[in-house]
Design a protein around this ligand. Structure first.
Ligand SMILES: [Zn+2]
Length: 199
């Protein structure tokens, strides 16, 4: 139970209280401990240092992190003490984000065999000048990847379920199934869902 709490998401704000990322409760507590962040109480926007936070008595219904000698409320929002970078505008082209965009699904046969059984496929193979880009990389299961080999989908007579494009979401929420209610005070839905200009 305690371990599970440590993996809950915590919204990370920069010094200007703009959301920059989502961290686990465990990570947020480390940031609190080493004073790189303070907890924001979403109810009254009070800021808490580790000393303040660890002294609070958990309320009924609070998610609790239990240590040997202390009980801590799991922070839902933290603000970085010394960080004013703005959130980046575009979704990073990364393996992780390709998995999210393609919903952990083989883009050729539609199976969901699990992360270990999925590979990144270059639609137009690199050997034929294909780039590593949002528009040319999709998830493929091992059998499809093997079958397609060093060919384009046309050459292999395989069909893409959909044309790969750069996703328009910010991976802030996408990273977590959980939507924390208190975050809505800090995150404008419109801001995160706005369609970003393609490159
Ligand atoms: Zn497949």
């Amino acid at each position: 139970m305690t371990t599970k709490v440590l993996y809950r998401p915590t919204l990370v704000l920069n010094r200007n209280w703009q959301p920059v990322s989502v961290a686990t409760v465990a990570r947020a507590l480390v940031m609190l401990w080493n004073e790189t962040a303070r907890v924001v109480d979403p109810a009254d926007f009070r800021l808490y240092t580790w000393a303040d936070w660890s002294r609070l008595t958990p309320r009924e219904g609070d998610a609790i992190v239990r240590g040997c000698s202390l009980q801590l409320r799991a922070p839902e929002v933290v603000a970085l003490s010394d960080y004013d970078r703005l959130p980046t505008a575009a979704v990073t082209f990364s393996r992780r984000n390709i998995f999210k965009r393609d919903h952990y699904t083989c883009q050729y046969c539609g199976t969901q065999p699990g992360t270990a059984e999925l590979t990144l496929d270059h639609v137009v193979p690199r050997s034929q000048g294909g780039q590593s880009s949002w528009a040319n990389c999709v998830l493929a299961c091992l059998p499809c990847n093997k079958r397609k080999a060093d060919r384009t989908p046309e050459q292999a007579h395989m069909h893409l379920r959909k044309q790969p494009i750069r996703p328009t979401w910010k991976p802030l929420y996408a990273a977590h199934r959980v939507r924390v209610e208190s975050w809505s005070k800090f995150v404008s839905e419109a801001y995160w869902n706005v369609e970003l200009a393609s490159e």
